[in-house]
Design a protein around this ligand. Structure first.
Ligand code: NHF
Length: 472
C-alpha cells in the first residue's frame, strides 16, 4: 500500500496547530506498521528545515490561471523516521507569515487551489503509483476532482479527513477556471458555484471516496444542524462512508520524570515550581488551568469566564495561558493577577508543558472539539481534565474515572463540574485512583494507525470494485 498524505502543515517542519501535529506523527506510526507513506506540503519560506537533510529531486510544471508555473520538489524525511516529505516550492504561491496564517502574496484559497493542482501534477510525475491519496481539510478539497479529470478510472482512491468542519475555505469562482476545472464536468461543482463561490471543504467531502473525522463522536455530531456548519445534510447523505478515528499523541514529545508509582512526589514538586513561576501562593490549593487559542467561537471562553470566580471563591487557584481574539485577551487581562490567579496572554510551549504537568485540573470547555489533544497530554501528566462532553473530549475522558465531564454547554454545568473536581481533590483516595487511571490510558498513535491502515485497505478495495462495475 503506497499512500500520499497531502496536508497544509506537518510538524516540526511547519506547525500552526493540531493538524500539524497529526501530520507529523500519524505517517510515522503508519510506517511502523508497514504502510508506505509520503507526506506532501508546500515549501514555505519559514519551514524549519535547517537541521534536516534536504535535496532537490525534480521540477514539475503546474498549469494554473492560464500559465505554466515551475514547482521545485524538494525531499526530506520526517525527523526520526524514514517517511519522505515532499516539499513543493513556488515562492509566488507558497509564502508564510502574512496577515493570514499562511499567505501574503495570494489569498489562502488561491494558494491551496494551486497546491491541489501541484499535488496532482506530482502524482502524475510519479507515474500514478500511489494507491491512495489521503487529503486533509479544505486545503486539499479539489484533489479528487482533479485526479478524476487527469487520470479518470486509473486515479488513486481518496480519503478526505475533516479536522475542523467550521473552517471551510470558501473562494471566488475564478479559482475554478484557474485550476482547470471545466464547467459541466462535475455536477457537484456546478451546483456549489450557483451562489457565486466555491466551498473547498464541501468539494472535498462530496468528491472523495471516503470521509473521516478525528473522533467517532464528532463524526456523528457533524451530521446535525448544531455542529454541521451548514454541511450536515451533505454529510448525512454520505453517512455510510463517514467514520471517526480518534487522533493519538506522540508521547516522545512529552518527557515526564514520574510515573504511576512516583507521581505523588513528582507532581507535587512540579506544582510547587509552577506556583512559584506564576507568582501564586505556594500551598495545597487545587490548581485549575486553561491552555488554548483564545477563539470564542470554539473554545468555551464565555462559560470559562464565569467559572473563574467560582474556582477562586472555593479555595482554588487558576492559571490561563493563551493568545487570540483581542477582545477576549482584554477580558481575561482585566481580571488581573493575584496570589491565586495568573493570566498569561502568551504562546509559550515550555510554559504550557509546565502547566500541563504541575496543575491538578485542566479545563477544556470547548463548544465543539473535533478531537482535542490537550486533554490527552494532561492525562499523561496525571492532570485530570474537566471537559465538555463533545467530540473527541467525550471519546477520551471518562467521568469520575479519568476526569470530569459535563453534558450541557452552560455556565451552570461547568460550575457543577468544577464543584465535582473540588470534591475529588478533597478525597485523596479517589483523586489518586483517578490520576492513576488517567496516566495509564494509552493514546499513542499505534491503535489509530492500525485503524487508518484498515480504512485505507477498505477504500482501495471499494474503489477497485467501483471501477470494475463502471467498466462492465
Ligand atoms: O485535534 C487535529 C486537530 C484536532 O480538535 C482539534 C481541532 C483541529 O479542532 O486533528 O484539528
Amino acid at each position: 500500500m503506497k499512500v500520499l498524505f497531502a496536508v497544509s502543515e506537518a510538524a516540526p517542519i511547519v506547525k500552526l496547530g493540531g493538524l500539524g501535529d497529526v501530520a507529523g506523527s500519524l505517517p510515522k506510526a503508519l510506517e511502523h506498521i508497514g504502510v508506505d507513506v509520503d507526506v506532501v506540503i508546500p515549501f514555505y519560506p519559514l519551514a524549519k528545515v535547517q537541521q534536516l537533510k534536504v535535496y532537490k529531486s525534480i521540477d514539475i510544471n503546474v498549469p494554473f490561471g492560464g500559465n505554466s508555473h515551475l514547482v521545485e520538489v524538494f525531499n526530506t524525511k520526517l525527523p526520526g523516521s524514514d517517511v519522505d516529505v515532499l516539499l513543493l516550492k513556488n515562492p509566488h504561491f507558497f509564502s508564510l507569515g502574512g496577515k493570514n496564517a499562511f499567505s501574503n502574496t495570494v489569498s489562502e484559497t488561491e494558494m491551496f487551489t494551486f497546491f491541489n493542482r501541484a499535488v496532482v501534477e506530482l502524482v502524475k510525475s510519479r507515474f500514478n503509483t500511489y494507491d491512495l491519496i489521503h487529503c486533509n481539510d479544505w486545503h486539499t478539497g479539489l484533489i479528487t476532482h482533479l485526479l478524476e479529470d487527469e487520470l479518470s478510472s486509473t486515479r488513486p482512491a481518496t480519503l478526505f479527513t475533516i479536522h475542523n468542519l467550521l473552517y471551510q475555505g470558501v473562494g471566488g469562482l475564478e479559482l475554478v477556471s484557474a485550476v482547470g476545472l471545466v464547467p459541466g464536468m462535475h455536477d457537484l461543482i456546478d451546483w456549489d458555484i450557483q451562489d457565486g463561490d466555491i466551498n473547498l471543504m464541501l468539494q472535498g467531502i462530496t468528491s472523495s471516496d471516503y470521509v473521516n473525522t478525528v473522533s467517532p463522536s464528532y463524526a456523528k455530531e457533524i451530521m446535525t444542524s448544531k455542529f454541521g456548519g451548514g454541511l450536515d445534510a451533505i454529510l448525512k447523505a454520505k453517512e455510510g462512508r463517514v467514520v471517526g478515528v480518534l487522533n493519538g499523541i506522540d508521547y516522545g514529545q512529552f518527557p515526564r520524570n514520574y510515573d504511576i508509582f512516583s507521581f505523588k512526589k513528582g507532581k507535587s514538586k512540579i506544582k510547587q515550581t509552577l506556583q512559584e513561576k506564576m507568582s501564586l501562593a505556594v500551598c495545597d490549593k487545587p490548581v485549575f488551568a486553561f491552555i488554548s487559542r483564545l477563539d470564542p467561537g470554539q473554545k468555551g471562553l464565555d462559560i470559562l469566564l464565569e467559572a473563574i470566580p467560582i474556582i477562586l471563591d472555593n479555595g482554588g487557584q487558576f492559571i490561563l495561558l493563551g493568545t487570540g481574539d483581542p477582545t477576549w485577551e482584554q477580558k481575561f487581562k482585566t481580571l488581573g493577577n493575584t496570589k491565586d490567579l495568573s493570566i498569561n496572554i502568551a504562546f509559550d510551549v515550555d510554559l504550557a508543558r509546565l502547566i500541563y504537568s504541575g496543575s491538578d485540573f485542566l479545563i477544556v470547555p470547548s463548544k465543539y472539539e473535533p478531537c482535542g489533544l490537550i486533554q490527552m497530554i494532561a492525562m499523561w501528566y496525571g492532570t485530570l481534565p474537566v471537559v465538555h462532553a463533545v467530540g473527541g473530549l467525550k471519546d477520551s475522558v471518562e467521568h469520575r474515572v479519568t476526569g470530569i465531564t459535563f453534558a450541557q454547554y452552560t455556565p451552570k454545568a461547568l460550575a457543577q463540574a468544577v464543584q465535582d473536581a473540588l470534591d475529588v481533590y478533597k478525597d485523596l483516595s479517589v483523586k489518586e485512583q483517578m490520576i492513576k487511571n488517567a496516566m495509564s490510558t494509552n493514546f499513542s498513535w499505534d491503535s489509530s494507525a492500525k485503524e487508518y491502515a484498515k480504512l485505507y485497505e477498505r477504500i482501495v478495495k471499494l474503489r477497485k470494485l467501483a471501477v470494475e462495475l463502471a467498466s462492465d
